[in-house]
Design a protein around this ligand. Structure first.
Ligand SMILES: NC(=O)c1ccc[n+]([C@@H]2O[C@H](COP(=O)([O-])OP(=O)(O)OC[C@H]3O[C@@H](n4cnc5c(N)ncnc54)[C@H](O)[C@@H]3O)[C@@H](O)[C@H]2O)c1
Length: 256
């Protein structure tokens, strides 16, 4: 292919991230179009230009920012998606609804199906956040809600035990515990469990999870910053939590 050609990423988040990374690096960058076919990809991963691959050492350790020239979303492609992949996507829907608050949160908390309007609400939310902080220097980090612990659990279990969305579900329960929002946590846990998603990771070694948290790409001098929730629509980044609180939240998540 030449630099005038375009890579088309037709598939889920893995295809999108990998194809996007290839497009970012091939001949120092060619265009790419995302055609997401999983719920995770349609509500989240296809937008924003983060591309990359995981290494055993850490989640998304190799990657590049490379915006797609277009994202073509056809919710009809979800008709063949297995139920557990649908559920994994629901974790990202719930995360996005918590960040957005307002009508999207009200719609999602009612427990109804994820329809075109919900997918649209999620993608509008993500695009607005990315537009305000494309390079992830500040505000975009709220999109990491539930992902700090989620990524560490994925890496600590060799990316084999949990789907990305399942690890995010566990991470969301942890983040709401660290936020001290018990009523909201109970509501979110009930919504996740209703979709068959895990909210704990029994048997996972918490020391290994903490080791992977220490390798998080967003770590800074003061440790790994967390995204915390005050209320739906009031989600902020850059919080440092006490070791004891983190250990307690992980213990509750079954990582002991
Ligand atoms: N770049 C980002 O901003 C971002 C955001 C969220 C997640 N991610 C990444 O996305 C990945 C997870 O993506 P995913 O959940 O889409 O998983 P995935 O890409 O592994 O897809 C899940 C499964 O569904 C299959 N599949 C895809 N479309 C289908 C369809 N229409 N019908 C039937 N089967 C179909 C795939 O072959 C695969 O087996 C993780 O690696 C995660 O790190 C990236």
């Amino acid at each position: 292919m030449t630099r005038d050609d375009v890579v088309a990423a037709v598939g889920g988040g893995v295809v999108g991230d990998l194809a996007g990374f290839c497009a970012a690096t091939y001949q120092r960058g060619v265009g790419h179009v995302q055609v997401p076919t999983t719920l995770v990809a349609q509500v989240d991963s296809a937008y924003g230009g983060k591309t990359g691959v995981d290494l055993p050492e850490g989640k998304n350790y190799v990657g590049a920012f490379h915006q797609p020239t277009a994202v073509i979303v056809d919710p009809a492609t979800l008709a063949t998606l297995p139920p557990e992949e649908h559920a994994a996507g629901y974790a990202e829907v719930l995360k996005t609804a918590l960040i957005a608050g307002g009508p999207l949160w009200e719609r999602v908390r009612s427990g109804g199906d994820v329809d075109d309007a919900v997918i649209h609400g999620c993608l509008r939310t993500k695009l607005a956040i990315v537009a305000s902080d494309e390079r992830d220097r500040g505000g975009r980090q709220v999109l990491n809600l539930g992902h700090t612990v989620g990524h560490a659990i994925e890496a600590a279990t060799g990316y084999r035990r949990f789907r990305h969305g399942e690890a995010v579900a566990i991470g969301l329960a942890c983040a709401l515990r660290l936020s001290g929002r018990e009523a909201l946590r109970a509501e979110v846990v009930a919504l996740l469990e209703a979709r068959g998603l895990p909210v704990s990771a029994p048997g996972v070694d918490s020391a290994l999870v903490i080791d992977h948290l220490g390798r998080d790409k967003k770590r800074a001098g003061g440790g790994v910053p967390f995204v915390l929730v005050e209320a739906p629509g009031a989600v902020t980044h850059g919080h440092h939590v006490r070791d004891a609180d983190l250990r307690a939240a992980l213990a509750e998540a079954g990582a002991g």
